[in-house]
Design a protein around this ligand. Sequence first.
Ligand code: ARG
Length: 459
Amino acid sequence: TANTMWGGRFAAGPDAIMEAINASIGFDQRMAAQDIAGSRAHAAMLGAVGIITTSDAETIREGLLTVLSEIEAGTFEFSTALEDIHMNVEARLKEVIGEPAGRLHTGRSRNDQVATDFKLWVRDQLDAAEAGLLALIDALLAQAEAGADWVMPGFTHLQTAQPVTWGHHMMAYVEMLGRDLSRVRDARARMNECPLGAAALAGTSFPIDREMTAQALGFDRPAANSLDAVSDRDFALEFLGVASICAMHLSRFAEELVIWSSAQFRFVTLSDRFSTGSSIMPQKKNPDAAELIRAKVGRIMGANVGLMMVMKGLPLAYSKDMQEDKEQVFDAADNWMLALAAMEGMVRDMTANRESLAAAAGAGFSTATDLADWLVRVLGMPFRDAHHVTGSLVAMAEAKGCDLPDLSLADMQSVHSDITDAVFDVLGVQNSVNSRMSYGGTAPAQVRAQVKRWREVLK
Ligand code: ARG
């Protein structure tokens, strides 16, 4: 039988395969609440400007609440024949309230309807991401504050470079996630224009009030071009772009946690709550949450690329290709939120092993730069010469199988006779980090200042 929504010009119903490829109800039912909010705003506006009677508008608005409660209760029967959430809701509304239901779609199309619903859905996810980021940043600030002066090795090329503080390392992620937060807020502000009322593509001849619906749905303003309003999926792409960058940050941190929790590093102990065991090896405690977070960027970035490819050659305005926007965004959003929450839990629970961190901080000639700086500062040597002298001392220590502070003054003086006892002060890791007081440096005082600044910023 022909379709109840557009059957007028059709003699036959769709092939089963056509129905299967066409239907989006299997996934777009996740936008039910947004669809009903959009329809309720549209109905109120139609009544307010006199396009339908206020009594019909009220009946529609009430009926939509009934439909929403059925969906929320899980008693709603979604129909593939009715293709998508928009037509499922409208068809059920007809069953619930009868004739006035047919007036709801006046001055509107599924094209502006779906763009509005999807924007509302993505906007909610940006709000959820903001909350997730704030919680994770808060957990990192607590770690940074507790360990503002704990020394650990800083790496380049994953080779020991210079000592840093635990707090400084945590605060590096606060900076990254702070930028993610700012990107989330930018994206939200930019996307917050309402497509509703663009109708199919050209606007409508009905005297609709787009300011009213935009306001009712929490948008800043109606989108200014009807063709753009129904064609635009930038907001979803930007969401995925922001999510991808954030997931990349989470992935880098997750990788560090995987390394740090290994027996070879022992920098951190992850809580039982955020670890798993092995079914064969009884000793195992695996950082699965970190590994899965590390992996999430793959599917999130995949969604970003996937949707970009869907959109890239589409002529204006709506094409059915655009129905392929949702699943990828839904999946990316779910996994982004999960990754944020799991990372927050892991960070709150994890214990930094202060002794292991300190022991590793001094290994690998990590204060060699401090020694070279001392030669420059105290002996007035050009840095390049100081670098060379220090290199010889490192080679000597390596040959002797000891660290720099273990060399005797006589050893030191055999390489450069002007070196004095005072040099040993700068070879200690705590002194090393304490001395790095340049703005943004690793000194505990700098770290504490940054923790304080972030707490102010986020207040
Ligand atoms: N299910 C469709 C989607 O998700 C709704 C819009 C359909 N519009 C149309 N002109 N066929 O994109």
